[in-house]
Design a binder for this molecule. Structure first.
Ligand SMILES: [Zn+2]
Length: 488
């Protein structure tokens, strides 16, 4: 009975009656401080996070509606990590940390987040890798840092022990050790000490679940009261356990997400213990990487020559976000799609491999770009554009010019627009077959369209990518009698 009363209270007096938020300062600047309540974080599918933040002003401002002075503004906002949009649901003006002056329910739209704003700062925080585990530990012991460091050290020790026990593991690495020059970027470390780095990474924090634009229905604007209840009755945030692999688990997968190995000690990679032939072993969700019969990439040969329907590319210029996600360089774009056999697939992102993952009649290319598309029903279609050494490629140069300085720290140039059409070869003939994602969890049912005509990139441009990823290609998988069609 008492519980019920409390529940009702929580639901009806959401703001006042809930457990005190745990405010953490995420930014401090002259005149104001920005704080975030990590216990309020509510992660949703499709890379959206609902969060409660506040600004504490040094000097009181006057609320024009009530005439009262306020120094604290709290807001509940839903952030779209991929699109970098924010949708504020509620705002509360307070005289001080406790005294409410006015509440404002907002039927907001998704608005782009400008850099330097409050939303920008909160978005950076909440869209970083999920840290619920840390929050939980902090709740219990308030010693998260110590515990994590301990765990981290232990893991590293374990990894060192393992490596010492099995020294041959490193030698089987596909990537030759890279000469470590003094200024070698962080990302070269995997080639040198892959296991340690993977372990340290996994222990330090969950890898980012690369947000993927969800093409399914746009976020509903929740009635403010509901929204508030959601936040405050959820004293513990939903655990960000990867959802069981339903077909729509593609959200996580198609961006070559790192989420699959989220709770594992060993992170998937292209060498070391996380190398491709171990993908199925390091996480049960990757089983199909080992047992699947329709895996990618393949050596494309003996295709049947037929008249293939032309792919209708409706690609348009858009702003972009470029991210070195630890496995590849990935570019997210908007407003581009292709149509094939009456079905439309939105272009979600594209990324690169070196060398090309797919072979054509036994031949590998210097690099490949994979343009990942998704239809409303979740079906995936990947267009592969083979890249070969030749003339400088202006499109690629624009991307490389904007490479983020650090891994997992995406860059969104505010005033730059790219047209993905510029990445396609002039000739649009292609090979097609059914395959899989080429990264964990290796889900099958992916329609592959590999453009027959390669596109040129300069030796320097290849070298730039190689410096980040000297080898990020999954080995060739058995084609197992699959039908391959070749346009003629
Ligand atoms: Zn790929």
């Amino acid at each position: 009975m008492r519980l019920v009363t409390i529940a009702v209270l929580l639901a009806t007096l959401p703001w006042a009656a809930t457990a005190a938020p745990k405010w953490q300062t995420i930014s401090s600047e002259p005149g104001k401080r920005i704080e975030l309540d990590r216990t309020s974080l509510k992660r949703e599918e499709g890379g959206k996070v609902q969060a409660q933040g506040r600004v504490i002003l040094e000097k009181e401002l006057i609320d024009t509606k009530s005439g009262a002075g306020y120094r604290v503004i709290e807001a509940i906002t839903r952030y779209d990590c991929l699109a970098r949009n924010a949708n504020t649901i509620k705002r509360i003006f307070k005289k001080n940390e406790t005294e409410i002056i006015r509440e404002e329910d907002i039927k907001g739209n998704d608005l782009p987040v400008r850099s330097g704003t409050l939303d920008d700062k909160v978005l950076r925080e909440v869209c970083r890798p999920a840290k619920e585990d840390i929050a939980e530990v902090a709740e219990k012991a308030n010693e998260a840092t110590t515990l994590l460091k301990q765990a981290n050290d232990e893991l590293i020790q374990k990894e060192i022990a393992k490596q010492q026990a099995r020294p041959t593991l490193l030698k089987t690495s596909e990537t030759p050790p890279v000469a470590a020059s003094g200024d070698a970027p962080k990302s070269l470390i995997p080639s040198i000490r892959p296991n340690l780095k993977a372990a340290a990474e996994a222990a330090r924090e969950h890898p980012p679940a690369t947000p993927v634009k969800e093409i399914a229905p746009p976020p509903k604007t929740l009635p403010a009261s509901n929204a508030t209840v959601i936040v405050h009755t959820t004293s513990k945030p939903d655990r960000a356990k990867p959802k069981p692999a339903k077909t729509e688990g593609y959200m996580l997968e198609l961006a070559h997400s790192t989420s699959a190995a989220q709770h594992q000690n060993i992170h998937w990679s292209y060498d070391g213990e996380g190398r491709p032939d171990n993908w199925a072993k390091i996480d049960p969700k990757n089983t199909v990487c080992g047992s699947g019969q329709r895996q990618s990439p393949i050596d494309i040969r003996e295709g049947i020559k037929v008249d293939l329907e032309p792919i209708q590319f409706d690609y348009r210029p858009s702003t972009f976000r470029i991210n070195d996600n630890g496995h590849t360089v990935q570019v997210d774009v908007g407003d581009s799609r292709l149509t094939l056999t009456g079905k439309t697939y939105e272009l979600v992102q594209f990324h690169f491999h070196r060398p090309s993952e797919e072979k054509i009649n036994g031949r590998r290319f210097d690099m490949v770009a994979h343009l990942v598309h998704k239809a409303d029903d979740g079906a995936l279609a990947v267009v592969a554009v083979l890249l070969e050494r030749g003339q400088e490629n202006a499109f690629i140069q624009t991307l490389w010019n904007n490479l983020p300085l650090e891994q997992k720290t995406p860059v969104s140039p505010p005033s730059l627009v790219i047209d993905p059409l510029a990445l396609l070869p002039a000739g649009r003939d292609y090979y097609t077959y059914m395959g899989s994602l080429t990264t964990p969890p290796c889900s099958e049912g992916v329609l592959w369209m590999v453009m027959k005509q390669p596109v040129q990139v300069s030796a320097d441009q290849i070298a730039i990518f190689s410096r980040l990823y000297p080898n990020n290609a999954r080995p060739i998988q058995p084609s197992a009698g699959r039908l391959i069609k070749e346009g003629r």
